[in-house]
Design a binder for this molecule. Structure first.
Ligand code: ATP
Ligand code: MG
Length: 414
């Protein structure tokens, strides 16, 4: 029955995957807190205008990807496709601009109506940071260094490349846009349909095209870096110098643009070859005009967002933080005692699995499957003497141990 399937592009996140998600988000928050950022959560849905105004009418998200609906009072509502717009809305509506710089970390589900494939979902998860109120290049340097540190702590920095570009200020982009449109206009017949549509509305986005014919045409297209005015070039040089000083490795990619209209100056992506077609793990950049565009006080901003689901695909096997202990009654007369002892150990802070049913070998099999560190075997005769058998499930070694020493002995297994 179709209605009992999860909606296309969504899936149930089972314990093993969610442990990865939590591990990733916890690393993000820990690193961000080390830079003085605090976690903030905006609502998962907002008035549609929050996104349509900020993301720009010609962005893919607004034209094709939003999950929008009318609620019972007739308000136009959209499930958030990304995190920045909500935070900027909160800055304005909550008067947070009295407290600049605003340094926030966020994480949670995002929703986009996209064509599902590996690493591309309709409900996916992002974590990200925003730094509002800092126009200086040190802000860009800080958020990029923070991103590198998060990936490093997750053990996946080495599998990524930091690509960096400047999309300059408005003057530089206007000059470049003209040069690009002049160049591409000669290829109108050969451009993909999508790119042709963008030629008028948002020509910079064509640089992002995955279409093979487009890519060929783009090989000889003018480069944004040749059109940066002196001020933009100086700002970008400062960002690069700061990253050099911190030892953050990057590659300049003159074709890197961000999908949204509000970006300026430094733009960056951490990409990975290990993810196939959906190779961008983390992406961000500076957005100095966004707050004003939304009707707030002129406030510069920079930040990034990372795809938690994509990062989870890159994580190596993750050991359980707390390996369980299996408590196994050897005979049925010991069931009640096993339940009591399990409860006691749980109160002492151990993770305890009580096999519920089955003989000794069946329960040991289950314990191994759960990668339990140890099994506590309760036999009638031993219990009469106040002892149990403790089996190390990694080595198979067994020892008889007095119940009163069990807790201390088990602690050595963690
Ligand atoms: P793409 O080019 O892959 O569509 P994007 O430019 O739309 O990416 P951003 O809006 O910058 O992506 O989002 C930041 C990150 O969030 C991406 O780099 C990616 O890791 C993740 N992400 C974006 N869309 C999805 C999705 N539909 N499913 C899973 N992860 C996603
Ligand atoms: Mg996208």
């Amino acid at each position: 029955m179709a209605s009992l399937q999860p909606v296309r592009g969504t899936h149930d996140i089972l314990p093993d995957e969610i442990r990865r998600h939590r591990h990733i988000a916890a690393a993000g928050l820990r690193v961000a807190e080390g830079y003085g950022y605090g976690e903030m959560a905006t609502p998962i849905f907002e008035f549609s205008e929050v996104f349509s105004r900020t993301l720009g009418d010609s962005s893919d998200i607004v034209t094709k990807e939003m999950y929008s609906f009318e609620d019972r009072s007739g308000d136009a509502i959209t499930l958030r496709p990304e995190g920045t717009a909500g935070i900027v809305r909160a800055l304005i509506s909550g008067g947070l601009s009295q407290h600049l710089p605003l340094k926030v970390f966020y994480q949670g589900p995002m929703f986009r109506y996209e064509r599902p494939q590996k690493g591309r979902l309709r409900q996916f998860h992002q974590m990200g940071v925003e730094l509002l109120g800092v126009a200086e290049p040190i802000g860009d340097i800080e958020v990029i260094a923070m991103a590198a540190q998060v990936l490093s702590e997750l053990g996946i920095l080495g599998a990524t490349t930091l690509e960096l570009n400047s999309i300059g200020d408005t003057e530089s982009r206007t000059a470049y846009r003209k040069a690009l449109v002049d160049y591409l206009s000669a290829y109108r017949e050969k451009l993909s349909k999508d790119s042709l549509a963008r030629l008028e509305r948002n020509p910079l986005r064509i640089l992002d095209s995955k279409d093979a014919a487009d890519r060929k045409i783009l090989e000889k297209a003018p480069l944004l870096s040749d059109y940066l005015n002196a001020e933009s070039a100086e700002i970008f040089a400062a960002v690069c110098a700061g990253l050099d000083r911190l030892g953050v490795a990057y590659q300049l990619n003159p074709r890197l643009v961000r999908g949204l209209d509000y970006y300026c100056h430094a733009a960056f992506e951490f990409t990975s070859e290990t993810l196939g077609a959906q190779g961008t793990v983390l992406a961000g950049g500076r957005y100095d005009s966004l707050v004003a565009t939304m009707g707030g006080p002129d406030t510069p901003g920079t930040g990034w967002a990372a795809g938690i689901d994509r990062m989870a695909l890159m994580l190596k096997d993750m050991p359980m933080e707390k390996r369980p202990v299996a408590v196994i009654p050897v005979s049925s007369s010991m069931e009640a005692e096993a339940l009591r002892l399990s409860q006691e150990l749980r109160h002492d802070g151990f993770a305890v699995d009580l096999g519920y049913r089955g003989n000794l070998s069946k329960r040991l099999k289950r314990a191994n499957k759960l990668s339990a560190a140890a099994a506590v075997l309760l036999g009638e005769d031993e219990m009469a003497k106040g002892s149990v058998t403790l089996r190390d499930l990694d080595t198979g070694e067994q020892e008889v141990i007095a119940l009163k020493n069990l807790q201390a002995r088990l602690s050595a297994f963690h």
